[in-house]
Ligand binder design. Sequence first.
Ligand SMILES: Nc1nc2c(ncn2[C@@H]2O[C@H](COP(=O)(O)OP(=O)(O)OP(=O)(O)O)[C@@H](O)[C@H]2O)c(=O)[nH]1
Length: 351
Amino acid sequence: MNQDPVFPDSRSDDKGELAPDVARQLEKILGRAPATGGAPAADVAATEAGEGAGLPHCGLVAIVGKPNVGKSTLLNALVGQKISITSRKAQTTRHRITGIRSEGTNQFVFVDTPGFQTRHGNALNKSLNKAVTGAVADVHVVLFVVEAGHFSLADAKVLSLLPADVPVLLIANKLDNVHRRSEIAPWLRDMQERHPFAEFVPMSAKNPKDIQRLLEITAKYLPQQDWWYGADELTDKSEKFLASEIVREKLFRLTGDELPYTSTVVIDKYEEEPGKKVSRMVRIAATIVVERDGHKAMVIGDKGERIKRIGMEARQELEKLMDAKVFLELWVKVRSGWADDEARVRSFGYE
Ligand SMILES: Nc1nc2c(ncn2[C@@H]2O[C@H](COP(=O)(O)OP(=O)(O)OP(=O)(O)O)[C@@H](O)[C@H]2O)c(=O)[nH]1
């Protein structure tokens, strides 16, 4: 029998009461040929678009869900390497990029959505909700992760924050924990009442075939546009990227709420040389760009105390992450009207 690896024993589920689009989704999942069934991600995007085969697609993908549903596991599997950085201060950027996957003609840029990620129950409070919703509003697709067969109040809270005009894929994760697969169809029926999900993806983040299938499904929602990052970003360029992210994290953490989020960090120099006593030595020069003189004074602090501390903490963390001796030189510059996007592009060395 042509068994599906995701739904091995649910081919005869009654789908009669499912809405046609959900039934189609389910049909796709149940009827999918095992193992070899998936077209390459690039082809999927091109086919669904009907045209533009071979043209680049690139977009922002947010992974959201209550704690412990498997978001980090999913992100790491989708990106293919562990690069997620955590920050204690939420909303240091509108989009904290947690990973990039470039495959075929598609570039998936995964972004963190501050507030959704926290372990603390009180995080979904009112003041945070606004920022959370804002951060999700301009992504191209949202992966809303729940545990297959479950839907709690905490899941409902996260779902209620999602904007209506962004496609949301329901990721029913940990399918391997569901022993009676036949119960999934009625559960999906229930789920379709809760939100107009664009797709239903029962899967396991620990199953590489499911991850590949999810990439193919997600690819359909990436707009046709040039890639924002090099194909090798987060491999050989990743450390430069990490350096700017870590300086930025320390900057915002040590200035509290005083500094506007438009302040940014640009890496001016990133040089690696073989060390004499250690195997690697990295010299980094970075500029913290702020909008006003007052902000500059704030970053520098009394007798330079604050910038020293930012530099020291960033250096220590970078040394641990890179397993190298790091020399970090920090500068502060005032530039008003500094646009966030321009800064981001420059900080990655793409001008
Ligand atoms: N059985 C099973 N366990 C999974 C799967 N995906 C994740 N897990 C486990 O679920 C637990 C939580 O996973 P995380 O990836 O840390 O979840 P998270 O949503 O990032 O959690 P927070 O950081 O608390 O928000 C871990 O023990 C994972 O190993 C899956 O597909 N199947």
